[in-house]
Design a protein around this ligand. Structure first.
Ligand SMILES: [Zn+2]
Ligand SMILES: [Zn+2]
Length: 390
């Protein structure tokens, strides 16, 4: 299946650099090198991002906050609005670097609206924690919210957002909590055990939008099979019920078992399966319109490059099989930079996730978490929480 897809990319993205920090832009550089070495980039149109303009950013953030980010860009001592913290230290050129990523996601949305492509990928995007008036969780401007607003402002009536990052997609949920045109779905590690502390099943949306915020709070330690079971028990059902015209996904890969910042236990194979499912759902329920963004992911050598190369390949319509060897050129590049750590030899980890379908009445923490989500939100969407076919 060849799909018409584009990737938004240029090296300007590497300027989003907090310095000594888990969110190291090398993860993007290594992803693009791996995708290029495997020929994946040849199957996509690669388009350079353009920075988001002030009016665009004002659809997402307050004017005072934009001024603060601008000031912080040239004042290393600046603190306030979530900036100058351990999570979001200030760096020179912060405004422009952040605006470029936001503009990239807006451009991806425009390409979909134009019908130029079916799928658009911005691996530098997915900065889902940024709030209207403050930076949070390594995120300065919320490119996801900008992309969704771009779609709505162009007349799209229903947008679904699925966030598979290990952290709750709090900034996106907050922006659309009372917006019935946007369904936000987030699967994440239980917020009682991880930043940002929100994303319980009881957060379902407000007013006319009740039922359009969906949260699945997964127990620490959840691996491929459990994670995919939860996904299958919630995501397809709510997406079909909502009937979006565009599917936006945040494909953070910090759910990996080696990720240094969180405690889920997915493999690259499980993450790849999640991407395959999202792609399939985009064709089934959104006419193929799929806007895929990056997000978290701090296993910069052994996880992010492989998983996001799978994302780019999947969007191109030609998947990279998990047993494909990692190209020697990519390994040599890292060795040439003095990296001595063990590097992956294959594009998967040799784990083929077996998924047992969810059934009501399961007593594990995971099954109860799935049940909590279904109980809270399924009736609001006209679905039966007890019927595993829903
Ligand atoms: Zn496709
Ligand atoms: Zn994350």
């Amino acid at each position: 299946m060849g799909c018409r897809a584009c990737a938004i990319w240029d090296e300007g993205y590497l300027a989003y650099d907090f310095g000594e920090h888990p969110m190291n832009p090398v993860r993007l550089d290594l992803t693009v090198r791996l995708a290029r070495d495997l020929g994946v980039l040849d199957r996509l149109e690669v388009i350079a991002p353009v920075p988001a303009t002030e009016p665009q950013l004002l659809t997402v953030h307050g004017a005072d906050y934009l001024d603060a980010v601008r000031t912080a860009s040239s004042d290393p001592g600046f603190a306030g609005y979530g900036l100058g913290t351990d999570d979001d230290p200030v760096f020179p050129g912060m405004f422009d670097a952040s605006a470029l990523i936001a503009g990239g996601s807006a451009l991806a949305a425009r390409r979909l609206l134009d019908g130029a492509v079916e799928h658009a990928v911005n691996i530098a995007g997915g900065l889902h924690h940024a709030m209207r008036d403050y930076a949070s969780g390594f995120c300065v401007f919320n490119d996801v919210v900008l992309a969704i607003r771009t779609l709505l402002d162009a007349g799209v009536e229903r947008v679904a957002y699925v966030d598979v990052d290990v952290h709750h997609g709090d900034g996106v949920q907050a922006a659309f909590y009372d917006e019935p045109r946007v369904l936000t779905v987030s699967l994440h590690q239980d917020p009682r055990t991880l930043f940002p502390g929100t994303g319980m099943a009881t957060e379902v949306g407000a007013g006319a939008a009740a039922g359009t915020s969906v949260n699945v709070a997964l127990p620490p330690g959840t691996g491929d099979s459990g994670w995919l079971r939860a996904f299958d028990a919630v995501v397809p059902g709510v997406l079909r019920a909502f009937g979006p015209q565009v599917l936006v996904t945040q494909c953070g890969c910090d759910t990996h078992h080696e990720d240094p910042l969180a405690n889920l236990a997915l493999s690259v194979d499980g993450q790849r399966e999640a991407i395959v499912r999202l792609h399939r759902l985009a064709h089934e329920i959104a006419g193929g319109r799929w806007l895929a963004l990056g997000g978290g992911g701090y296993g910069v050598l052994r996880c992010v490059p492989r998983t996001w190369t799978h994302l780019l390949a999947e969007a191109s319509g030609t998947a990279v099989p998990a047993q494909t060897a990692v190209p020697q050129a990519w390994i040599d590049h890292l060795r040439g930079r003095g990296v001595t750590q063990e590097l992956p030899r294959f594009m998967g980890e040799g784990r083929l996730p077996f998924v047992e379908p969810w059934q009501p009445g399961g007593d594990s923490w995971l099954d109860r978490a799935v049940w909590a989500t279904r109980r809270e939100v399924f009736p609001l969407l006209g679905l039966d929480p007890d019927d595993p076919r829903d």
